[in-house]
Design a protein around this ligand. Structure first.
Ligand code: MG
Length: 264
């Protein structure tokens, strides 16, 4: 850019070009057009032109308030944050609410099934990624997005239930803002051989309000924002976390149980 133009005009041109990159092809389809292609897919990361998942109205209840099975570890029963580190979230009436800082908990198993319930704020504020944003981060920072995706357009690989930045949910099974929603997730951690060579990616299966969003789908690597990813620098912890993205999303009834092998 040359500077014979009036400086204010130059700044205005710059502002317009940044805006175009952020909002994609149209104002009502948020997303990014300056991002890399997702490896193995025809779409860009956070592509505004990716098809929006079809709407499915979930049944009135599915695993809502499901009591934990006998072999489950309860991570949150509505009363305390004993198993969680990080933030100091509000606890009230059997739920916890994002206040400040993401929180994390140890899971004793590499591969597991997790049940979690969440609700985005009943009073709608913001739009796209600014509306009820949180997230369930599986070990190694693989995010299943939590968002108010009820009549809230955003890029499909960032809506509720997305494997953020990698795969949109197959359908949009969101309940309205303020309503409790369930995720039942099966996580198979990535595996390495003794030489540190990746022999299996992480796989996830997700039911949202009883509706299948992902069926043993592979992550390309840990979650990134506006970037492609791989497994070159993954953290091999057994820590899950719940994201503080600046919105007071609520959580309740979180439990986890191991994936058992056959015939053992
Ligand atoms: Mg999030």
């Amino acid at each position: 850019m040359h500077f014979r133009t009036h400086p204010a005009a130059a700044i205005a041109v710059l502002a317009v070009s940044v805006c175009a990159a952020l909002t994609g092809s149209a104002q009502d389809r948020p997303g990014y057009t300056d991002t890399p292609k997702i490896p193995g897919q025809e779409w860009r990361v956070h592509d505004p032109d990716r098809p929006y998942p079809n709407l499915v109205k979930p049944g009135a209840t599915f695993s809502d308030l499901a009591p934990p099975p006998s072999d489950a570890l309860v991570l949150f029963d509505g009363t305390n944050l004993d198993r969680w580190d990080g933030g100091d979230w509000l606890i009230r009436d059997g739920y916890m609410e994002v206040t400040k800082g993401s929180i994390s908990a140890e899971v004793p198993w590499e591969d597991f099934q997790i049940h979690i319930e969440w609700a985005t704020p009943a009073i709608v504020k913001g739009d796209s990624q600014g509306r009820g944003n949180s997230g369930l981060f599986l070990p190694g920072r693989h995010e299943i997005q939590i968002l108010d995706s009820y009549e809230n357009p955003t890029y499909p690989d960032g809506q509720a239930g997305a494997m953020y930045g990698q795969w949109p949910p197959r359908v949009n099974a969101s309940r309205p803002p303020g309503k409790w929603q369930t995720y039942d997730v099966i996580w198979e951690a990535p595996k390495w051989d003794d030489n540190g060579k990746l022999i299996s990616p992480g796989y996830v299966t997700v039911l949202h309000n009883g509706v299948l969003l992902h069926h043993r789908q592979a992550y390309n690597g840990p979650t990134g924002h506006r970037s492609a990813t791989d497994y070159s620098r993954v953290n091999r912890s057994r820590t899950i976390s719940l994201q503080d993205h600046g919105n007071p999303t609520k959580f309740r009834n979180i439990w986890v149980r191991p994936l058992d092998a056959y015939d053992k």
